[in-house]
Design a protein around this ligand. Sequence first.
Ligand code: ZN
Length: 206
Amino acid sequence: MEFSSKLLENAVYEMSQLPGIGKRTALRLVLHLLRQPKEQTERLSFALHNLRSEIKYCNSCNNISDVEICEICASPKREKDFICVVEDIRDVMAIENTNQFKGIYHVLGGKISPIDGIGPSHLNISTLVEKVANNEVKEVIFALSSTMEGDTTNFYIYKQLEPYSVRTSTIARGISVGDELEFADEVTLGRSIVNRIPFENSLKSS
Ligand SMILES: [Zn+2]
């Protein structure tokens, strides 16, 4: 792509680094921004800048938050001894939308995936084991997508928690195999949390 302006070329290049955005789409978006009032683009750039400089991760559950302890962890209405293990904030949002879960979350920040070079040490697993070791937890509910990486991660954490007498369960598989959690409809996801099964049972059936 030949550009008449280096400024334009830079902006298109940066935009095309986003997932799913090719050079053509990037050019279309950049030209769109140029046609917008200047303040519009400034608000976008300000929002992105603030996002990166101000965002925090909850000290307790590792969810993205504006404060040190996120709203869910800080709420007196939540049952702190029921912990739902999820991959990232999108799953927290999906489960919250069902209104079926009154416990708190533990956000791993990904799944174990040797192909992508992601091992257990890259994920937020040790703090979960710590909570369980300190007897702060009655039940750990695995709510990872039922992909090979999700199953591997579940099993790894299950093994880490085995020495402690904590109940482990996994969401019922109303969620089809291979599905990402965030795409499940609210009713299905809500039911699968309510009808969760002991984790051991999921090992026998697979
Ligand atoms: Zn939190």
